[in-house]
Design a protein around this ligand. Structure first.
Ligand code: PLP
Length: 382
């Protein structure tokens, strides 16, 4: 099998799996228990918290463990908006965010009476800083913009967004689910007030995530129960997954620079190969401000679902940006927001490369795509 869907999820690093092993056994205690088993679990949790904090150059008490990227995004957006609602009820985000962000804002708009500005993006998927600046009013409390888009890999100007927000006294949450472990982050330098990350995107286990929240900023809980995570996220901690997340995070950060260079070369080989077998192919996203591993390719006239099924039959896993809704395939909201026509959006597939991707796999993928296009040729010519 050739796996080119690392933006969906990554395989668990075996060193992270080994770190988790002791906490999957029969005697992993509850970190809130005062006996020895509990104390051992608590020590592992504290250790994981210190490790993740150090990687972000943050303080350990700024780390809130969650169940993943979706929960981190929900907690940041709903929790910060509600905690600061006495200052104002206007929020800002972009149309190309992940649904974990978009749906949280929609909820606040529909149920809690917040006003939301949905920033447009240009053809590359980037927001306009002047538009952001103009949208901020006296009642704006929170801006949420992602660092890297999951479908196209386009990067947003995070440092500039942070500067604009802070000049106006507005909180800035950044969904770094796709960029963490690929692009360095230093919370003291980069400027967001809150950051979401998710373990299964950087070779950790699914079901573990982190919300980093700058100390001194209040947040309302969105779950109710015990006093875990400093009264910010109740529920017994998933010790094994959190230990695995911390180990995977350290490993990803350690070889990020070399790995990004390697993946950029492989992605460029894939892009050039696809362009040569399908000269009309269009590649989406920003040409330089982008993740090294992500290639969003439109093949006009070739239906994405058909391509993906044919790739799957050839043993290749890729994905489309489209979401399946009650039997019909809707074109990706990200591509539509970038001005891609719906009929082209439906002809778009995403390849996302990762640590296990080899040059041979890229050659085989180009070869398979060439055979698929040859088979589909009569339909393409219609
Ligand atoms: N944000 C982005 C940009 C993502 O790509 C994803 C997952 O695809 C999420 C949030 C949600 O993360 P999780 O799958 O950990 O809930």
């Amino acid at each position: 099998m050739i796996y080119l869907d690392y933006n969906a999820t990554t395989p668990l690093d075996r060193r992270a799996a080994a770190a988790m092993q002791p906490f999957l056994g029969a005697f992993c205690g509850n970190p809130s228990s005062i006996h020895r088993a509990g104390r051992e679990a608590r020590a592992a949790l504290d250790n994981a918290r210190d490790k993740i904090a150090a990687l972000l150059r943050a303080k350990p008490n700024e780390i809130i463990f969650t169940s993943g990227g979706t929960e981190s995004d929900n907690l940041a957006i709903v929790g910060l908006a509600r905690a600061h609602a006495t200052r104002g009820k206007h929020l800002i985000t972009a149309t190309t965010e992940h649904h974990a962000v978009l749906h949280a804002f929609e909820h606040l708009q529909k149920r809690d009476g917040f006003r939301v500005t949905w920033l447009a993006v240009d053809h590359f998927g980037r927001i306009d800083l002047a538009e952001l600046t103009g949208a901020i009013g006296d009642d704006t409390t929170l801006v949420s913009i992602m660092s890297a888009n999951n479908e196209t890999g386009t990067l947003q100007p995070v440092g500039d967004i942070a500067r604009v927000c802070h000049e106006r006294g507005v909180l800035f949450h950044c969904d770094m689910v796709q960029s963490f472990g690929k692009i360095p982050v230093d919370v003291r330098r980069d400027g967001p007030d809150a950051i979401s990350i998710s373990a299964h995107k950087f070779y950790g286990p699914p079901g573990a995530g982190t919300l980093w929240l700058r100390s001194g900023i209040s947040i309302e809980k969105i779950h109710y129960g015990g006093s875990h995570e400093n009264e910010r996220r109740p529920g017994t901690e998933n010790v094994a997954a959190i230990v695995g997340m911390a180990e995977a995070a350290a490993l990803a950060v350690a070889d990020a620079a070399a790995e990004q260079t390697r993946e950029a070369e492989l992605k460029e080989a894939l892009r050039a190969g696809l362009q040569s077998i399908f000269p009309g192919a269009i590649f989406n996203g920003h040409p330089s401000e982008r993740l090294a591993n992500t290639l969003s390719a439109t093949f006009p006239g070739a239906d994405a679902e058909t391509l993906l099924i044919n790739l799957d039959l050839a043993g290749i896993c890729a994905s489309s940006g489209a979401a399946c809704m009650v039997g019909s395939v809707l074109p990706s909201h990200v591509l539509l927001a970038m001005g891609v026509a719906p009929e082209l959006a439906k002809c778009t597939i995403r390849f996302s490369l990762g640590k296990q991707t080899t040059p041979n796999e890229i050659t085989s993928t180009i070869d398979s795509m060439s055979k698929i296009f040859a088979r589909l040729e009569p339909a393409l010519a219609e």
